[in-house]
Design a protein around this ligand. Structure first.
Ligand code: ZN
Length: 102
C-alpha cells in the first residue's frame, strides 16, 4: 500500500465537473467547485478589450486546459470586468510555475 504525503491529499484532489458531471478535474484546496475546460470553453473565448489584461491572459491554450485556477481567474475577469492585485499576482505566479515545470 502506498501512502501519499499528507500535503498532496490535502491540497490536490480529483473532482467531477459540476456542470457536465462527466469529466474529472484536479482541484486545489480553497476551490469551492470545479468546472472542466470543455464546459468553460465558451466563456473563456469571450473578447477582452483592455490591452494590459489581454496581454496577461495571452498564454498557451494548454495552460487553461490543464489548470482550473487559471480558467477561474480569467472567467472572474470576464464576469466582473476587474481583478484584484492579488488575483493578478496569483495568476502570474501560476503561469510561471507551469512554465518552469515544463
Ligand atoms: Zn464539464
Amino acid at each position: 500500500m502506498v501512502f501519499l504525503p499528507y500535503y498532496i491529499m490535502a491540497f490536490n484532489f480529483k473532482s467531477r465537473c459540476v456542470v457536465c458531471k462527466n469529466n474529472y478535474i484536479i482541484v486545489t484546496a480553497g476551490q469551492k467547485y470545479a468546472v472542466c475546460y470543455d464546459c468553460q470553453k465558451k466563456e473563456l473565448e469571450q473578447k477582452i478589450n483592455d490591452p494590459s489584461m489581454k496581454k496577461l491572459f495571452n498564454i498557451p491554450e494548454d495552460y487553461y486546459k490543464e489548470n482550473s485556477f487559471l480558467r477561474n481567474i480569467k472567467i472572474n475577469y470576464l464576469r466582473y470586468g476587474k481583478l484584484s492585485d492579488k488575483q493578478i499576482e496569483a495568476f502570474k505566479k501560476t503561469v510561471n510555475k507551469i512554465k518552469s515545470d515544463k
